[in-house]
Ligand binder design. Structure first.
Ligand code: ADP
Ligand code: MG
Length: 490
């Protein structure tokens, strides 16, 4: 068998992502756009394509598409129309899908990704609006295919990249970032398992140095971001092996088998489909006015990347901390409320303290119980109060995290100070009490004390630790130090 030099080739990938918009109603009628529901219950005459039923455009869907475009720094097309894409399929009762054809609502743009190879922009070709089709199920009835039209007419945006992604890792990073953006904008829930975000991967390979694109295959049925990466890695090797052994590549649509990580042929593209596109005569062209655009622009929340910049530059958090906090809108929102309460007085130190709490005890508690941020029970006010107790020296961090915080998780309405008092955990700054612990500690280690007096000053740590132990962590460390020194140096 001949040896294949995989390094002589490069992979080129373009991704098409369909994102279901979280509007209340469908793109062209008032039927519910909610996922699920009894089959065929969200089906008005417009959804069913009954003769004479007229579509009416959902403004919120347009707004959501523009939001994503602005977040990706696309150019927004002002003069839009919808076209009919004609084809026959049982889940498409009208016999055509209403889509944008030559004029996508968002043109160009980019998504910045980060991989182990560094940071780069993935250029977008377009983001356009279209309606979803219904759902065919082939496994409900042994003899028939069943169709549920609840999904037919649900608004989608299709986000299409240029052919610029070079491997599975980049595709993974791109989809992760894209999903994060959709969720931050609250326009799509990004759930690939339920199909509210779907991805097709177009893959080709070519000899390094070639400027012409190779023939592509399109892989469908990718129900997780991880599977997109697996499919690209598999397909890339397969295509390289075909080329390297002198075979030609057919333009094909393939399906991914998540069980063994391979792909198989669904259909070959003999020639381009003729969809006989034409402008839908039932829908008037629509214009995006300055006012509409300005209003949407003003409503955009800060995006994750902006927050990372703010946290690292203004708040001086580490890049790592900043990224973990900005990873989800809910955690960033919680952090913002928390630092609003703990105050800017402590500067970088108090921002760092808030970040430590989120990345430490808070995150562990969420992971342990497999909870989402929205289920986190402790209000930022209580956590802020707890952080303040640590900053004031009334509690050590470990007592706060290990003794008080777990109680707060169980009983979020209780005040941290009240819990600390009830459990007798407040740090003692009572000189008399600490002096007694100091006495006791030193009395227990006469040998060490004389070693110290002979010059082994490092032993101070041991004495402090002993006082801490005797006081069960309650002795104020600064005061402990001071009293120990007084005792030892005299
Ligand atoms: P189609 O009409 O088959 O859907 P498009 O030109 O609209 O093809 O491109 C669809 C997607 O495929 C885009 O993301 C594009 O970047 C990508 N693409 C196009 N040609 C190639 C290629 N030769 N290799 C990899 N990706 C490609
Ligand atoms: Mg395509």
């Amino acid at each position: 068998m001949m040896e294949i030099n995989y390094d002589a080739y490069e992979t080129v990938v373009g991704l098409e992502v369909h994102a279901q918009l979280l509007t209340r109603t469908k793109l062209f009628c008032g039927d519910s756009a909610a996922f699920g529901g009894e089959p065929n219950t969200h089906v008005s005459p417009v959804t069913l394509g009954l003769p004479g039923a007229l579509p009416r455009l959902n403004r919120t869907a347009v707004e959501y598409a523009i939001k994503m475009g602005l977040a990706c720094k696309s150019t927004i097309e002002r003069n839009n129309y919808f076209a009919r894409k004609n084809y026959f399929y049982p889940d498409l009762p009208k016999g055509y899908q209403i889509s944008q054809h030559t004029t996508p609502i968002c043109i160009g743009g980019r998504v910045t990704i980060r991989t182990t190879a560094g940071e780069r922009d993935i250029e977008l070709n377009r983001i356009h609006l279209e309606e979803d089709a219904g759902k065919s199920s082939h496994d409900i009835d042994p003899d028939y295919t069943c169709v549920d039209l609840n999904r037919a007419g649900v608004p989608l945006i299709e986000i299409v990249t240029e052919p610029v992604i070079s491997n599975g890792d980049e595709a993974y990073a791109y989809l992760t970032e894209l999903r994060k953006m959709l969720r931050y904008l609250e326009i799509c829930d990004g759930n690939m398992e339920e199909g509210s975000m779907r991805c097709d991967a177009n893959v080709s390979v070519r000899l390094k140095g070639d400027t012409r694109l190779g023939t592509k295959v399109e892989v469908k049925n990718l129900n997780s971001i991880r599977n997109v990466r697996r499919a690209i890695e598999f397909e890339s090797r397969r295509l390289i092996e075909l080329l390297a052994t002198g075979q030609s590549i057919q333009q094909q649509t393939r399906s991914f088998n998540a069980g063994d990580g391979t792909t198989f042929t669904l259909r070959s593209k003999e020639e381009a489909n003729d969809y006989r596109y034409f402008a839908d005569p039932d829908l008037p062209p629509f214009e995006v006015t300055d006012e509409f655009l300005a209003r949407i622009g003003a409503s955009l929340p800060p995006m994750p990347e902006e927050l990372v910049q703010k946290y690292t530059r203004e708040l001086q958090l580490s890049e790592y901390d900043a990224r973990v906090i900005a990873d989800e809108k809910e955690s960033a929102g919680y952090f913002e409320r928390l630092i609003g309460l703990t105050g800017a007085a402590g500067g970088a130190k108090s921002y760092k303290a808030a970040a430590n709490w989120l990345l430490g005890p808070v995150r562990s508690s969420l992971n342990e119980k497999d909870l989402d941020w929205k289920d986190f029970p402790v209000p930022p006010e209580s956590l802020a109060a707890l952080i303040r107790l640590v900053e004031e020296g009334a509690l050590s961090f470990s007592i706060a995290a290990e003794r008080i915080f777990p109680v707060l998780l169980q009983e979020p309405a209780r005040a941290p100070l009240e819990i600390a008092t009830a459990l007798n955990l407040l740090q003692s700054s009572d000189t008399g009490e600490i002096a007694a612990w100091v006495e006791q500690a030193l009395a227990g280690m006469p040998d060490k004390v004389s070693e110290y007096k002979k010059g082994k000053k490092g032993l101070i740590g041991l004495f402090v630790g002993e006082v801490k132990k005797l006081s069960k962590g309650k002795a104020d460390p600064k005061l402990t130090n001071k009293l120990l020194l007084e005792k030892l140096e005299n």
